[in-house]
Design a protein around this ligand. Structure first.
Ligand code: PGA
Length: 251
């Protein structure tokens, strides 16, 4: 009942033309795939151009971040209304790179998740522990804090479109993928948290992606896990061959 969802996080890569080319190739090669929901997240400056390429396709457009206000004196920021204006359906929030390098906190993640839900953008809210936190046995307490923080003050009526991405920071861009069992343990825990905050039925309907060194050759085993509903893909989403390979491996 939870449709698998694969999203490509292009991070700070690809100028407008290569971004349009990749989007065009994905659109052609993934035509007709409807058993998997698919999205790509280019940089802000390529959103508009990629949106035009993807028009009428089965690929959705995602931003990599947003600010929680629609307009005003907030130099350098981009709000929900602007993302919708260029055709975004999704927005990635609280990626570990933003938490680590750009001072994103549980509070700012919460404001962003609220703003995206209010505007009708689907938030892909990222959580995940650092290697020292895992080694210290703190994984689940870190995840609990991040999930509760992200969802503070968000009602049962507002939350359904939400997607959560569990991305252990030690697995991102390292080639060191979590084992299916390690991922499942945390995914199950996140679903339990959702059941405690909301209710078990709602928790059962929310998709939880895994992220961190996902490749065509490891996605199948990850997807066998009952609480794993797709992936947020970084490096392997920058090449049509590998991104299509991931989707075709499960579709
Ligand atoms: P990776 O990145 O697939 O390159 O590990 C995942 C992510 O940061 O979302």
């Amino acid at each position: 009942m939870r449709k698998p969802f694969i999203a490509g996080n292009w991070k700070l890569n690809l100028l407008t033309e290569p971004a349009m080319n990749l989007a065009g190739e994905l659109k052609n090669r993934l035509r007709g795939v409807d058993q998997v929901e698919i999205a790509v997240a280019p940089v802000f400056t390529a959103l508009s151009a990629v949106s035009k390429v993807l028009a009428g396709s089965n690929l959705g457009l995602s931003a990599q971040d947003l600010y929680w206000e629609d307009a005003g004196a907030f130099t350098g920021e981009v709000g929900p209304a602007m993302l919708k204006d260029v055709g975004c359906k999704y927005v990635i929030i609280g990626h570990s790179e933003r938490r680590q390098f750009f001072h994103e906190t549980d509070e700012s993640v919460n404001k962003k998740v609220k703003a995206s839900l209010k505007s009708g953008l689907i938030p892909i809210c990222c959580v995940g522990e650092l290697l020292p936190e895992r080694e210290a046995g703190k994984t689940l307490s870190v995840i609990e804090r991040q999930v509760k923080g992200a969802l503070a003050g968000i009602s049962k009526a507002e939350v359904p479109p939400l997607v959560i991405a569990y991305e252990p920071v030690w697995a991102i861009g390292t080639g060191k993928v979590a084992t299916p069992e390690q991922a499942q343990e945390v995914h199950q825990f996140i679903r339990k948290q959702l059941a405690l905050i909301y209710d078990p039925t709602l928790a059962d309907s929310i998709r939880i992606q895994y992220g961190g060194s996902v490749k065509p050759d490891n996605i199948k085993d990850l997807m066998k896990m009952p609480d794993l509903d797709g992936a947020l893909v970084g490096g392997a989403s920058l090449k049509a061959e590998t991104f299509v390979g991931i989707i075709k491996a499960i579709g």
